[in-house]
Design a protein around this ligand. Structure first.
Ligand SMILES: Cc1ncc(COP(=O)(O)O)c(C=O)c1O
Length: 369
């Protein structure tokens, strides 16, 4: 059994993908070739957003808009510590300060009441200027954007959706990618829509921001390739990866439905999974359950591995307790839900091709103590 089965998927798209790759080998436009623009158009259509700007990774998809807004030293950017490190890393890279807000222990997404308290605390303290919020759509579940948007508007903050895991998700039929000033997704191979390398995309309805992001992605250049107008990056997606994504997009909605079925089947037997509020559609990037303690988790990992059932811990270390972020001065106990989840959560196999027989076997293993 695989934690994530990319081989079955590849069999389905292999022939048309080879055709697309051969076409690239023939035309030779490996960088910014026609596949990149075709993909961007299809991604924008898919999300119902004006601009989709492909880029080299989910990390760069977060970094580039922050650069476009000029976020830097003295600025506070609010996010959660229970996420992949990239979410906070991009803030620190720019010299701005990540301010961590705890998550709900039901959805594992940013707690809106605590977010507002933290913004007020930072304002009251007067050392940093609140500039942006990066909510994370953890495991594919969109955060509470209706509330978060109100907070962003109240305090005049930019809102950037970390949709690395949630491309394909929705709230009340409104697709992920449209909730903030900008959204950032990742096409890392393990993501619901993944390429065969690194990749990402930025989504926005803001024409000016889109122009700035496009420039930053290519070394800050606009009209003249050799005359940078601002500091940028080598942040492009290559044509081969765009070709992979174009083929995967043709089966993406069907795969999303299959993931949904896997998720529902698991939930018939397990009541300790991430809570999905009504009208929120997850992209089902991961299926995670919470056990009472690290001991119980260790015990389960043992039993699963004896049966050759793979499992992974997302995330074992909350970001505020990582060595790299010690400089921020957070102590153990400061963000309790994130810390507890890190101690007790485990992710089980999740992919569109997981059979009911495999899920039955996983459930039986979990339930046979
Ligand atoms: C929540 C979150 N943010 C950001 C990223 C960064 O994406 P990438 O690995 O494509 O740079 C990831 C990817 O793992 C992620 O899960």
């Amino acid at each position: 059994m695989e934690f994530l089965d990319l081989k079955t998927q590849q069999k389905r798209i292999r022939k048309p993908l080879e055709k697309r790759i051969n076409k690239i080998l023939d035309h030779g436009a490996y960088i910014m070739g026609p596949e990149v623009f075709e993909l961007e158009e299809k991604l924008a259509d898919y999300c119902g957003v004006k601009h989709a700007i492909s880029c080299s990774s989910g990390t760069d998809a977060l970094l580039i808009p922050l650069m476009a807004w000029g976020i830097g030293p003295g600025d506070a950017v609010f996010t959660t510590p229970f996420t992949y490190v990239a979410t906070a890393e991009v803030i620190s890279i720019l010299g701005a300060t990540p301010v961590f807000v705890d998550v709900y222990n039901t959805t594992f997404n940013i707690d809106c009441a605590k977010l507002e308290l933290e913004i007020e605390r930072v304002l009251h303290e007067g050392k940093l200027k609140p500039k942006a919020i990066i909510p994370v759509d953890l495991f594919g579940l969109p955060a509470r954007y209706r509330l978060i948007k109100k907070i962003a508007e109240k305090y005049n903050l930019k809102l950037i959706e970390d949709a690395a895991q949630s491309f394909g998700g929705a709230i009340r039929n409104e697709k992920v990618g449209t909730f903030g000033d900008v959204a950032a997704t990742s096409f890392y191979p393990a993501k619901p829509l993944g390429c065969y390398g690194d990749g990402g995309a930025i989504f926005t309805n803001d024409d000016n921001l889109a122009e700035e992001c496009k420039a930053i992605r290519i070394h800050g250049t606009k009209l003249d390739k050799y005359n940078s107008e601002m500091i940028g990056l080598n942040g492009r997606l290559d044509s081969m990866q765009a070709a992979v994504l174009l083929e995967k997009l043709t089966i993406f909605d069907e795969e999303l439905e299959m993931r949904n079925e896997v998720n529902s089947y698991y939930r018939k037997y397990l009541n300790n999974a991430q809570y999905h509020p009504k009208e929120y559609q997850s992209a089902y990037a991961l299926f995670s359950i919470v056990l009472g303690s690290n001991n119980k988790r260790e015990n389960l990992i043992d039993r699963l591995s004896k049966e050759k059932i793979p499992s992974v811990i997302y995330y074992k270390f909350p970001i505020h307790l990582m060595k790299a972020f010690q400089y921020l001065g957070y102590q153990k106990g400061s963000l309790p839900f994130s810390e507890n989840l890190s101690q007790s959560i485990i992710s089980l196999p999740m992919h569109p091709y997981l059979s009911k027989a495999d899920i039955d076997f996983i459930i039986n293993t979990i339930q046979s103590k």
